[in-house]
Design a protein around this ligand. Structure first.
Ligand code: NAD
Length: 261
C-alpha cells in the first residue's frame, strides 16, 4: 500500500460495495487514508466489520452495512443509508459481484451474476446520481473486467462476460446522462488481481496462470493496492475531466493479445 498519502478525498463520502475483501477492501482502506468517510456494503459481515474496525484504529472514518446486492430493494436502501450515515455521498464504487457455486443451476447462476454484477450497479447508480450531483464532486466508478468488456476469456462464464460487458454500456450512458449534473462515470477493467476470488471454486487452472505470466508484458498478477490506486484516481479530482472511459489494469495483457493477433 502506498505511504504517499495526500488527502485527495478529504471531506468526501464514499460507498463501496464488496468492500470486505480484495479490490473493494484495498479501496476502502486507501479512500479512508485519503480522508474520505467510507461505507463498506457487503454480505460478509465478519470481514466487513473487521475492515471497518481496522480503518478506525488507523484513524479513518468507516461504517459497515450488511447488504446482499442481489436484492435490488436493499441496493437502493444501501445508497440512502450511506448518504444519511456519511452526511452525503460523493463517490460510488460499484464493485461487488456474486460468484455463485456449482450448486446453483445454470439459470440461477446467470440470474445471480447479472443481478449482482450489472442490475445492482444500475440500481445503485440511478439512486445515487442526484445525491452525487449535490456533492459537487460526484464520481461513479464501476468494476468490470477484461473478460467480456475487452475480450473473451476461456474460463469466464457467459454470465460473467455478459455482465462485465454490460457495465461498460451502463457506465457510458451514466456519463452521458449525468455529466451535465457534474457526475462522472468510469470503469476499471482488471486482468488478474490477486484476491481471495482467485482461491474460490471454478477458478482457472495453474497452466492458465502460468500462461498469463508469460503473456502479460509485466509478467505477473496485479495487486489490490494497484487496483485501488486506479479507483482513487478516477474517483478524485485528478480525473476531473475524464468520464465515460474504461481503463484496463492488466499488466498489458490485452494490449499484447491485440498486438499478436
Ligand atoms: P473478492 O472475492 O476478494 O471480493 C468480493 C467481495 O464482494 C467480497 O467481500 C464478497 O463478500 C462481496 N460480495 C459477493 N457477493 C455479494 C453480494 N451478493 N452482496 C454483497 N457483497 C457481495 O473479489 P475481488 O477479486 O476483489 O472482486 C471485486 C470485483 O472485481 C468483482 O466485481 C470482480 O468481478 C472484479 N474483478 C476482479 C478480478 C480479479 O482478478 N480479482 C478481475 C476482474 C474483475
Amino acid at each position: 500500500m502506498s505511504t504517499n498519502i495526500s488527502r485527495k478525498l478529504q471531506g468526501r463520502q464514499a460507498l463501496i460495495s464488496g468492500g470486505a475483501s480484495g479490490i473493494g477492501e484495498a479501496t476502502a482502506r486507501l479512500f479512508a487514508a485519503e480522508g474520505a468517510a467510507v461505507m463498506i456494503a457487503d454480505i460478509d459481515d465478519a470481514n466487513g466489520e473487521r475492515v471497518v474496525h481496522e480503518i478506525r484504529q488507523a484513524g479513518g472514518l468507516a461504517h459497515y452495512r450488511s447488504v446482499d446486492v442481489t436484492d435490488r430493494t436493499a441496493v437502493r436502501r444501501m445508497v440512502h443509508d450511506a448518504a444519511v450515515e456519511l452526511g452525503g455521498l460523493s463517490i460510488l464504487f460499484n464493485n461487488a459481484m456474486t460468484n455463485p457455486s456449482a450448486d446453483y443451476t445454470e439459470d440461477q447462476r446467470w440470474n445471480l451474476m447479472l443481478e449482482s454484477g450489472l442490475s445492482a450497479y444500475w440500481a445503485a447508480a440511478m439512486e445515487a446520481a442526484p445525491i452525487l450531483a449535490r456533492s459537487g464532486h460526484g464520481a461513479i466508478v464501476s468494476n468490470a473486467s477484461i473478460a467480456g468488456a475487452r475480450m473473451g476469456i476461456e474460463f469466464a462464464s457467459e454470465a460473467y462476460s455478459a455482465a462485465k460487458a454490460g457495465v461498460l454500456g451502463l457506465s457510458r450512458k451514466l456519463a452521458k446522462r449525468f455529466g451535465p449534473d457534474g457526475v462522472r462515470s468510469n470503469v476499471i477493467c482488471p486482468g488478474i488481481i490477486e484476491t481471495p476470488r482467485w482461491r474460490g471454486p471454478g477458478m482457472p487452472e495453474p497452466q492458465f496462470a502460468r500462461r498469463w505470466r508469460q503473456m502479460a508484458p509485466l509478467g505477473r498478477f496485479g495487486r489490490t493496492d494497484e487496483a485501488a490506486r486506479l479507483v482513487l484516481f478516477l474517483a478524485s479530482d485528478d480525473a476531473s475531466y475524464i468520464t465515460g472511459q474504461d481503463i484496463a489494469i492488466d499488466g498489458g495483457f490485452t494490449m499484447a493479445m491485440r498486438f499478436e493477433s
